[in-house]
Design a protein around this ligand. Structure first.
Ligand code: FCB
Length: 453
């Protein structure tokens, strides 16, 4: 390991959360039901039937949570606003109490010298809109733009960094095609429409934010893993092409003006997902989607190795690392720091975004507090340290990486896995809502202070 790693002077060190994963207060002060409320309230959808009804009670404890951020020395905080808290029916009537909550949060962050990065859609969309047809409908994109207008008018004088959608691929594929996330549907025909309307609404929202929030920077966050074939057999390599196309290029290509990738159009046609071709694309849509943005956000966690078990597999096979906590987190995700250098280089050199942020990166380990009142999560610290080195390599190679948001500020509701996964650098006792800095948070504080290690 290098002796000294220093980051560029203006590099931003932050942490991230998302509304449904921490806020709780799911039906308080006029908030409307979200698709995640409905999904989590449906027995059998979430591990242990956990819900985000209370979660970290952040809606009540937000001041304390800003106190934690101050203790860690965070320079920026990425959080998401809950659409149904602001527009309970998805469009129309505004819930002032919801806006007040985010207004206070933003004011207090700024007072604490912490730059807010707001994500508009981190998945908890109004159930009312879903009942009307949800993201497969073009009109949902219009509703998203209305919501964007309301929230950017309310916060845009103070919030100068905006992310439209978090991981649209996960919404489209896991929510509407694989049934693992809300709203739990299982139809690829819906997924492709969802993807299009998410992308379209992103492109439509960008100028609205710019109008309401002068000098703001606007971007979108995509998830990306480092995908490689287990061997150089044609079947394994084709799996990588297929999966990378589905999860990344289907979104990145249109955002950067290349339209939908033709190999994937062929794949999706083959599985019957495009019975009428791209009939949902209207003239001008692809230009709107490609509206220039200020940055691209990437969420990186892991590597995926694709093994087709096809008989033409080359014997030169790549074996995964040993299944130990040093190599695999409790999510069952392989730890592969070099992949972070890889995805940053790939995204920058292929698509040329003006700049990039790592909007999420982190590790799930359930290490509990010890008798001395410490949380000795050195496995998480190791994960972070090796990924920071990887990030530094990318910067040295010329990638304009502007900042890093650790997932997550604190343990929280991990979607279909409920509370079984702890990603926080702050320990949360869900019985008492007590919070405690883990050792990794103390280490991160040092990194931020020195802008390196
Ligand atoms: C990402 C999500 C985030 C969190 C991490 C572990 O896909 O954006 O909310 O759940 O995974």
């Amino acid at each position: 390991m290098a002796n000294k790693i220093l980051f560029p002077e203006n590099f931003i060190w932050g942490a991230a959360t998302a509304s449904y994963q921490i806020e709780g207060a799911w039906n308080k002060h006029g908030k409307g039901e979200s698709t995640w409320d409905r999904f989590a309230h449906t027995p059998g959808k979430i591990r242990n039937n956990d819900t985000g009804d209370v979660a970290n009670d952040h809606y009540r404890l937000w001041k304390k949570d800003i106190g934690l951020m101050k203790k860690i020395g965070l320079q920026a905080y990425r959080f998401s606003t809950s659409w149904p808290r602001i527009l309970p029916a998805g469009r129309g009537k505004v819930n002032q109490k919801g806006l007040d909550f985010y207004n206070r949060l933003v004011d207090s962050l700024l007072e604490a010298n912490i730059t807010p990065f707001v994500t508009l859609n981190h998945w908890d969309m109004p159930q009312k809109l879903e009942d009307e047809g949800g993201w497969p409908l073009r009109s949902t994109a219009e509703a998203f733009v209305e919501y964007t207008d309301v929230i950017s008018r309310a916060l845009g004088d103070r919030v100068k960094n905006w992310i439209t959608h978090n991981e649209p691929a996960v919404v489209a594929w896991m929510g509407y095609s694989m049934g693992i996330h809300a709203p739990g549907l299982t139809d690829y025909k819906l997924g492709v429409r969802v993807a299009h309307h998410l992308l379209l609404s992103h492109g439509q929202a960008v100028p609205v934010i710019r109008r309401n929030s002068p000098n703001a920077e606007v971007g979108i966050t995509l998830d990306i893993s480092w995908k490689i074939p287990a061997s150089n057999s044609r079947a394994d390599m084709d799996m990588v092409r297929e999966e990378d196309g589905k999860w990344f290029r289907w979104f990145a290509d249109p955002l950067y003006g290349r339209g939908y990738p033709s190999d994937k159009v062929a794949d999706l046609t083959k599985i019957g997902a495009l019975p009428n071709g791209l009939d949902f694309v209207q003239p001008g849509d692809m230009d709107v989607i490609a509206t220039p943005t200020d940055f691209l956000g990437l969420n990186y966690y892991s590597r995926t190795v694709y093994r087709s078990d096809n008989p033409d597999n080359d014997p030169q096979t790549l074996f995964p690392q040993p299944r130990t906590p040093e190599h695999w987190t409790e999510m069952g995700w392989e730890i592969y720091p070099d992949g972070l250098t890889g995805v940053l280089g790939r995204a920058y050199f292929n698509y040329q975004p003006r700049k990039l942020y790592i909007t999420e990166n982190g590790a799930s380990y359930s290490t509990p507090p010890d008798e001395k009142g410490n949380v000795p999560d050195e496995l998480r610290t190791n994960y972070l340290r090796t990924h920071f080195v990887a990030m530094h390599h990318a910067i040295q190679a010329g990638v304009p990486l502007a900042g890093y948001f650790l997932w997550s500020l604190m343990d929280n509701f991990e979607w279909s896995r409920g509370y079984s996964q702890r990603f926080g650098i702050v320990w949360v006792d869900y019985e008492t809502q007590k919070r405690m800095l883990k050792d990794s948070a103390k280490w991160y504080r040092g990194v931020i202070k020195k802008n390196g290690f």
